[in-house]
Design a protein around this ligand. Structure first.
Ligand code: GLN
Length: 200
């Protein structure tokens, strides 16, 4: 059985652990380099990207995870996680893992609509699960993915901007898929992006 590690310093890590277990994965919290070095995939949850980045740096995990990503470690990043995975955070030099060839802007939907729900559209259906054409996205002080490189595929979009993208084994969403009953983003990550077998 494959083990997925959820970065568990701050933010919405419990829900990702629960969702991963519900889908038949072995899921463990990651708070140290030993665990980060052993897991078969990593989830970086939403929360506060500056706090999570600072703690990853303090515990020596930025370089370790960055190195494992270059070796092909599958990563699901959501919201603050996507900020930490982005190569470019516009206007910020905060600690980050990097590796995902996108530029993001933090808190980009403005103060009036800090949090909202919206149906987001499937723009690249490389998986049968996306066939009904949309996903309900919960956005909480979400970043906007401003630009993507050629090696990045936009899977879901909203108002003309990517809200979920894939680059090889990296999957990053600007919304919170762990907060709705729809399990498709995690299923897509485990079985299509990471290639883990389904539990029997
Ligand atoms: N606004 C947060 C940040 O910039 C992200 C919010 C979230 O993860 N829900 O880190």
């Amino acid at each position: 059985m494959k083990t997925v590690g959820v970065i568990s310093f701050q933010g919405d890590f419990e829900k990702h652990l629960e969702r991963s277990c519900a889908l038949g994965m072995r899921a463990v919290p990651v708070r140290d380099t030993e665990t980060a070095a052993q897991v078969d995939a990593i989830i970086i949850p939403g929360g506060e990207s500056t706090t999570i980045g600072m703690l990853l740096q303090r515990f020596g995990m930025l370089d370790l995870i960055g190195g494992r990503i270059r070796e092909g470690l599958p990563v699901l990043a959501t919201c603050a996680g996507t900020i930490l995975l982005a190569e470019e955070i516009i206007g910020s030099d905060q600690p980050r893992i990097g590796g995902l060839h996108v530029a993001v802007r933090r808190n980009a939907y403005g103060r009036q609509i800090e949090s909202f729900e919206a149906e987001v559209a499937v723009s690249n259906s490389d998986w049968a699960g996306w066939q009904d054409g949309s996903v309900l996205g919960v956005f909480i002080r979400a970043p906007i993915i401003d630009s993507v490189s050629d090696d990045v595929t936009v899977i879901l979009e909203f108002e003309g901007k990517p809200v979920m993208v894939r680059q090889g084994a990296l999957l990053a969403a600007t919304f919170h898929p762990e907060l709705t009953a729809d399990t498709r983003v995690h299923e897509y990550f485990f079985h299509t992006v990471a290639g883990f077998p389904r539990a029997t």
